[in-house]
Design a protein around this ligand. Structure first.
Ligand code: 4NP
Length: 144
């Protein structure tokens, strides 16, 4: 279980934040980590300025050329673990994949991560995403 994808609505705020924080935490580089959107709304758009700013503030490196990408059927096949950032992302993932990958689809944390696109609170997002990524890293290591 080493291929992980984080998924949110737009793939510009929460899931890229989780992708880059998880990459920073995975110091031995044993995981394949990416992020995706459930929607095509932000297709090709860069990581949100609020996410970029908070990652810079905490010294987390990120790929500034990353553009939003909607999850595809081949992604459901490829990834071992598909983590929705909130409950509605999980519902959408279950629906898009039509019940074929239910075992791989998980909620990032109980209660989800509130969307900073609406809250504007990227500091809160960073704290929840960092704590959640630490928990996921441990969860994955416990199963290896
Ligand atoms: P994200 O935030 O799902 O954390 O990337 C959003 C980004 C864009 C939109 C909504 C949420 N939007 O409505 O375009």
């Amino acid at each position: 279980m080493n291929k992980v994808v984080f998924v949110c609505l737009g793939n510009i705020c929460r899931s890229p934040m989780a992708e880059f924080i998880m990459k920073a935490l995975d110091q031995d580089g044993s995981l394949h980590i990416e992020s995706r959107a459930t929607s095509s709304w932000e297709h090709g758009n860069p990581v949100h300025q609020g996410t970029q700013k908070i990652l810079r503030k905490y010294g987390v490196s990120f790929d500034s050329s990353k553009g939003s990408q909607q999850i595809s059927q081949s992604d459901f096949e490829f990834f071992d673990l598909i983590v929705g950032m909130d409950e509605s992302n999980v519902e959408d993932l279950l629906q898009i994949s039509a019940g074929r990958y239910d075992d791989k689809i998980k909620l990032f944390r109980p209660g989800g991560v509130p969307d900073p696109w609406y809250t504007g609170d990227f500091e809160e997002t960073y704290k929840l995403v960092t704590a959640g990524c630490r928990d996921w890293l441990q969860w994955i290591k416990d199963r290896q």
